[in-house]
Write a protein that binds this ligand. Structure first.
Ligand SMILES: Cc1ncc(COP(=O)(O)O)c(C=O)c1O
Length: 490
C-alpha cells in the first residue's frame, strides 16, 4: 500500500516528499513568471472524476505535465506587481512541518496542546512589535489576537467586533436597522473586504466613502460625515498601506478626530501591508499612532516572505473578544481553546508555525532589514520614473509599491482614454508574454497628475521579492518602453 503513511511505506513516502521539495525548488528557481497560459477550454479535461486512482508518484508525473507548467512563479525576479514571493526558507520549513504534524487549533487540550501556545507567542510578538500594551496571559481572552487565513478574514472579524461594540445585543438579536451600522472608508482606495464583510455580517451595503487628498482622508470631509451621521457610525477604517497606492493615512490625525466626536466608534487599521514597517527601527516612525487603533489587520503572507496563507487580527483591548465569543462543548470550553474566539473558522491548521519559524530565524532585526531593502527598491524605481521622459508617477512611495503610467513622449499626456488604453495594452502584452508581471487596477487621479479625478488604468510595481535587484528594475522599465513602442507602432 502506497497511500496511507505507515512504517511499511516510510521510504516511499520520503521519496515522494523529496520529489515534491525538488519540484518546488526547481520551480521557484528556474520557472519563468508564466510558462504556459492555461486556456479555459482545457477545463473539461480537469473535470473528469478520477474513479480508479494511481500511486502518488504517478499522480506527480501527471501533475508535472498537466498542471505545473501553468502555475505562476511568484519567485521569479520579474514577478514585480504583487506580493509576495513567499521565499523565506524558514517560513517554508514551518509550512511543511505544520502539514506533517496535523495539529488543530480549535482547542488546546487534545488537538493542539503546544501549537496553541506557540500561536499565542506569535500573536504576542506581533502585538509587542506594533506597540500594543502587553498584559499577562491567563486565558484565551487575554491574548488579543487571532490567526486567520487572510486579510479578508481579519477585516471581517474586525467588522464583527465593531458591530458588537456598537450594539452589544446584535449577536443574539440580529441587526434591526442596518443603516444604523455604517462604516466609513476612504473613497476609491478601500479594499473590497470591508464592503463585502458588512454584507456578510448582516449590516448591508452601508459604507460611506469619504473624499481623500493624496489618498489620505480629507479630514474636514471626514469631520462633516461623522457629525452628519452621529450615532450611526460603528467604525472608521484607515489604511496603513492601501491595496492600490500603499499610502499610509494620517493615523494620529484620524484617531484624534474620530474619538473627539464619538469615543465609542471602533477604529480599525487595515495594516495588511504597512505593519511590516514596525520591524524596522528606521521605518517604524511612518506608522506612528497605529497602536491607538482598536484593531489592526496584518498579513504576513503579503509582506514577510511567508508562503500563503496567514493573517493576524490584533486587538488593542484583548477582552473585547468576549463580544464575539461563541462556545460549544464540541470546541471544549477550556481556558485556551482558540475555537471560542475565532469566528468563521472551525478546525484550523497550525498556520502560524511558518511565521514562528521565520521570526525565530530572521529575528525582528533581520525582517526589518528585509523590509528596508524592499522599500529602498521601490524608492529606486520612483526616482527612475521621476527622471524618465516616458513615465509619470501617481503615488507617494510610502512603502514598497510604485504606481505609474507609460506616457511616451508626453504628447498625449491629457488624453486619459488614450493613456488608459495604451497602459492596458502594455499590461495584457506582458501577461501573454509571461516574462514580467506588473499589476493593474483602476485608480482615481486624486492628485490631478494626469487629470483631476479621472479614472486611470496604471501599472503597479511592488517589491515583494527579496531577490529583485536594481538591475532587474532597469531591465523591466526598458522592456516596458520597448513593448509600448511596439504597441504604438502597430
Ligand atoms: C489593504 C488590504 N487589505 C486586505 C486585503 C485582503 O487580504 P487577503 O487577500 O489576504 O484576504 C488586501 C489584499 O490585497 C489588501 O491589500
Amino acid at each position: 500500500m502506497k497511500q496511507i503513511l505507515n512504517e511499511t511505506n516510510m521510504n516511499y513516502a520520503e521519496k515522494c516528499f523529496k520529489e515534491a521539495i525538488d519540484l518546488g525548488i526547481n520551480f521557484k528557481i528556474n520557472q519563468k513568471v508564466k510558462n504556459k497560459i492555461f486556456d479555459k477550454n482545457m477545463l473539461n479535461q480537469l473535470l473528469e472524476v478520477p474513479i480508479n486512482g494511481s500511486e502518488p508518484l504517478k499522480v506527480m508525473e501527471e501533475f508535472k505535465k498537466q498542471i505545473l507548467p501553468y502555475c505562476t512563479n511568484f519567485s521569479n525576479v520579474n514577478f514585480m506587481g504583487f506580493p509576495d514571493a513567499g521565499n523565506s526558507i524558514s517560513g517554508i520549513l514551518g509550512a511543511l512541518i505544520a502539514d506533517l504534524l496535523q495539529q488543530n487549533l480549535i482547542n488546546s487540550s487534545f488537538c493542539a496542546p503546544i501549537a496553541t501556545f506557540t500561536e499565542i507567542a506569535v500573536i504576542k510578538w506581533l502585538r509587542e512589535i506594533i506597540g500594543y500594551e502587553i498584559k499577562p496571559i491567563k486565558n484565551i481572552w487575554n491574548v488579543g489576537g487571532i490567526i486567520t487565513y487572510g486579510g479578508t478574514g481579519s477585516n471581517t472579524t474586525a467588522m464583527l467586533l465593531a458591530r458588537e461594540n456598537h450594539n452589544t445585543k446584535t449577536m443574539t438579536e440580529g441587526v434591526y436597522n442596518p443603516k444604523d451600522y455604517k462604516v466609513i472608508i476612504p473613497k476609491g482606495i478601500g479594499h473590497y473586504s470591508i464592503k463585502g464583510s458588512l454584507m456578510w455580517i448582516g449590516c448591508g451595503d452601508n459604507v460611506i466613502e469619504v473624499e481623500t487628498v493624496g489618498f489620505k482622508y480629507n479630514l474636514s470631509k471626514l469631520k462633516e460625515t461623522l457629525i452628519e451621521n452621529r450615532g450611526k457610525i460603528m467604525c472608521v477604517v484607515v489604511y496603513v498601506g492601501d491595496s492600490r497606492t500603499m499610502t499610509i493615512d494620517n493615523l494620529t490625525g484620524v484617531y484624534e478626530l474620530v474619538k473627539s466626536i464619538d469615543s465609542n466608534i471602533w477604529l480599525h487599521a487595515d495594516a495588511c501591508h504597512g505593519f511590516s514597517l514596525a520591524f524596522s527601527k528606521k521605518l517604524r516612525k511612518k506608522i506612528k499612532g497605529i497602536e491607538l487603533y482598536d484593531s489592526i489587520s496584518t498579513d504576513p503572507h503579503k509582506v514577510l516572505a511567508i508562503p500563503y496563507c496567514i493573517s493576524a487580527l490584533l486587538i488593542k483591548n484583548p477582552e473585547k473578544m468576549k463580544l464575539i465569543t461563541s462556545t460549544s462543548d464540541l470546541i471544549m470550553q477550556e481556558d485556551f481553546a482558540y475555537g471560542q474566539i475565532t469566528p468563521f473558522i472551525g478546525s484550523k491548521s497550525w498556520v502560524s508555525l511558518k511565521l514562528w519559524f521565520a521570526m525565530k530565524s530572521l529575528g525582528v532585526a533581520g525582517i526589518g532589514k528585509m523590509i528596508e531593502k524592499r522599500c529602498d527598491l521601490a524608492t529606486y524605481l520612483k526616482k527612475l520614473i521621476i527622471k524618465s521622459e516616458n513615465f509619470v508617477l501617481l503615488n507617494d512611495v510610502n512603502i514598497n509599491s510604485v504606481v505609474f503610467m507609460y506616457v511616451g513622449n508626453k504628447n498625449n499626456i491629457n488624453d486619459v482614454k488614450y493613456l488608459n488604453d495604451l497602459n492596458l495594452k502594455i499590461y495584457n502584452y506582458l501577461l501573454n508574454e509571461g516574462k514580467y508581471y506588473l499589476h493593474k487596477f483602476s485608480l482615481s487621479d486624486d492628485k490631478g497628475i494626469i487629470k483631476k479625478d479621472a479614472t486611470l488604468s496604471p501599472l503597479r510595481y511592488m517589491s515583494g521579492n527579496d531577490n529583485i535587484r536594481e538591475k532587474d528594475i532597469n531591465e523591466m522599465l526598458n522592456h516596458i518602453i520597448e513593448v509600448a513602442k511596439e504597441i504604438e507602432n502597430e
